[in-house]
Design a protein around this ligand. Structure first.
Ligand code: SAM
Ligand code: GLN
Length: 280
């Protein structure tokens, strides 16, 4: 069987399983196995596949057919130009979250300052901040299994981040930061069954934010003021319909809130600086 034939067969299997972009995923999985770019692979599509490669590709195809996220199947996800390792212990970093990182990079003081990432998962946000700024970065997660993946990613990308296990701010008692950033779990518990099959393969611990999805915003906003330097910024990823609720929490606990839309036009980031009063 040639590369081209294998791609066609796999794309067809993925299509029948309801995978949204079957050709793309078929290409990305085989390119990953061959260690080539999808373009380089396609340029030489008539070569035969080695038996071992065929068998490995069949195993990957079966996992993707069962609607495991592509990133779990390849074990890799790109984020802010970094190649990160991901496992079912961590959320697959989303392109949408790059907006939160960009806002955090803008909010950091000249020379770096101190940044805190609450709920770091794969380490995506913390590692991007460490690589792209001079900031000293601390990252917290309640999941020891997620932190193991994040630490491995820090070695992989060559970034120095302090990783701490615990509930929200408990591991950083008494410490203050110039920027606190979080992409917390924010899906309402009752929405679980309506999520894409791929998302339901990700940890519930990473996604569910209580009855109305806002539990973590309530806790983070209430506790963050004690951990922000004067003028420090709290920046939060939000769901498309959570802007008003999260802005109200920010206004109450931190300062005048603001929000940013993602490239799809949805509200995606809400934030505030400590001590900046709202205008009337
Ligand atoms: N920051 C990563 C990203 O953006 O790709 C992962 C975000 S994921 C939506 C939320 C993360 O919060 C998960 O890694 C989860 O383990 C962590 N988490 C859940 N409850 C927590 C808690 N009480 N304290 C600290 N982290 C928590
Ligand atoms: N954006 C994610 C999703 O829709 C949710 C991430 C989160 O809860 N922080 O799957």
């Amino acid at each position: 069987m040639t590369v081209r034939e294998a791609l066609r067969e796999t794309a067809e299997r993925l299509r029948r399983a309801g995978v949204p972009e079957p050709e793309v995923d078929a290409r990305l999985m085989l390119a990953h196995l061959l260690g080539e770019s999808p373009l380089a692979m396609a340029l030489n599509g008539e070569r035969p596949l080695a038996e071992g490669t065929r068998a490995a590709y069949a195993r990957m195809t079966a996992r993707r057919e069962a609607r495991e996220p592509l990133q779990y199947v390849t074990g890799e996800a790109g984020f802010m130009g970094l190649e990160l390792r991901v496992t079912p212990d961590v959320l697959c970093p989303r392109p949408d979250t790059e907006l939160l990182c960009e806002e955090a990079l803008r909010a950091l003081p000249q020379g770096g300052g101190r940044a805190l990432d609450i709920g770091t998962g794969s380490g995506a946000i913390a590692l991007a901040l460490a690589k792209r700024s001079g900031a000293r970065v601390t990252a917290v997660d309640v999941s020891e299994a997620a932190l193991a993946v994040a630490r491995e990613n820090a070695r992989r990308v060559g970034a120095g981040v302090r990783f701490l296990q615990g509930d929200l701010f408990s591991p950083v008692a008494g410490e203050r930061f110039d920027v606190i950033v979080s992409n917390p779990p924010y899906i309402a518990d009752g929405e679980w069954n309506a999520l894409m099959p791929e998302v339901r393969r990700e940890p519930k611990l990473a996604l569910l934010g209580g009855e109305d999805g806002l539990d973590f915003y309530r806790r983070i906003c209430a506790e963050a003021a004690r951990h922000l330097s004067p003028g420090g910024a709290l920046l939060l990823e939000i769901g498309y319909d959570q802007k008003d609720a999260v802005e109200a929490l920010l206004a109450r606990h931190i300062g005048a809130p603001f929000a940013r839309r993602d490239y799809g036009g949805n509200w995606r980031v809400a934030g505030a600086r400590l001590g900046e009063e709202a205008h009337a």
